[in-house]
Ligand binder design. Structure first.
Ligand code: ZN
Ligand code: ZN
Ligand code: ZN
Length: 320
């Protein structure tokens, strides 16, 4: 069983996954895996991955994308799903859920930022399907969808992939945003989108989606993507809206390719199971070009050396 533990008093959870059985010396820095010969995600090495859950066939033969359980999962379907507290301070449960890898392409040398908007759309549609599928399972409160690209962003394998992990708590990150939304009479994000699309932080827009660098960006070149229309989760999006979001995401990633930037992106939404609250779906893209250090961990205040206004000029192609 993988354990989920809560901080003594804060709404802050950790997953203890010692099944990864690392010895201290295994934490020594290693070079990124860039060789394709031993890559388990490559076409031809399918038998080296855990059992395939599904695949999208490529019109030209073979597969375009395939997904399976993570060999080193952060959550598993084992142990007690409900949290309980012992001796006032020890709140714990199993880190319960499933953790899938989506390999986005059979080609080792091709990254998501090389994809066409149509191919990005295919990935977003797959995210939507996996969220719905995993979200149906008993005791699941949230299905986290994210991508790590580059060693600094936590990707130990260079072959382009995303991850989908269902968990038995509503993560603090999502709850914090949801609670903050409640402090406003109407959706603040709807108004933020309207304001930012005409600001110095505007980056990309089409009829269905906008992207801007957030006013208090925490990461160099951080950028957020929102659908213009208010809806809380990916499954509420129309086909046109999904296409619009894909187009903007593709534009963002193509700019990150110019910087060869390691990055994470995360989907933020509120699942239907959280019936009483409301939210505005969005994707946060977080390039990992700097390291958070003592000041950040001491204070929670991030020092960002690139202003969002300068970052937006880069995204708009006004500065290189
Ligand atoms: Zn590969
Ligand atoms: Zn809204
Ligand atoms: Zn967010």
């Amino acid at each position: 069983m993988i354990e989920l533990r809560k901080d003594y008093i804060l709404d802050r959870w950790v997953i203890l996954a010692p099944s990864r059985k690392k010895r201290p010396r295994d934490f020594a820095r290693q070079a990124a895996d860039t060789a394709s010969n031993a890559c388990v995600f490559c076409s031809g090495n399918e038998k080296l991955t855990p059992k395939e859950i599904g695949r999208i066939n490529s019109p030209g033969g073979g597969w375009a994308m395939r997904w399976f359980q993570n060999l080193f999962p952060a959550v598993t379907e084992e142990g007690p799903k409900e949290a309980r507290t012992d001796n006032s301070f020890y709140t714990f449960a199993a880190a319960y859920g499933s953790h899938e890898i989506i390999v986005e392409t059979p080609e080792h040398g091709r990254q998501l930022w090389d994809f066409t908007a149509e191919e990005v759309l295919q990935l977003l549609m797959l995210y939507r399907e996996r969220i719905t599928e995993l979200g149906k399972k008993d005791s699941i409160k949230y299905v986290a969808v994210f991508k790590n690209h580059g060693l600094e962003a936590g990707a130990s394998l260079a072959h382009s992939h995303s991850q989908v992990a269902s968990v038995n708590i509503l993560p603090q990150q999502v709850r914090e945003e949801t609670e903050a939304v409640k402090n406003h009479n109407s959706c603040p994000y709807c108004r933020i989108i309207e304001t930012e699309k005409n600001s110095y932080r505007r980056c990309f827009e089409n009829n269905y989606a906008v992207a801007f660098t957030p006013y208090a960006s925490r990461f160099n070149f951080e950028i957020w993507i929102f659908p213009r229309r208010h809806f809380r989760q990916l499954s509420d999006a129309t086909a046109d809206e999904l296409q619009g979001i894909s187009q903007v995401l593709q534009q963002v990633l193509a700019k990150l390719r110019e910087l060869n930037a390691p990055y994470n992106y995360v989907l933020h939404y509120l699942p239907a199971t959280e019936g009483s609250s409301d939210f505005h779906f969005h994707i946060e893209v977080q390039p990992r070009l700097s390291t958070w250090a003592g000041f950040e961990f001491n204070t929670g205040i991030v020092i960002n050396s690139v202003t969002p206004e300068d970052a937006a000029r880069f995204y708009r192609g006004e500065e290189r």
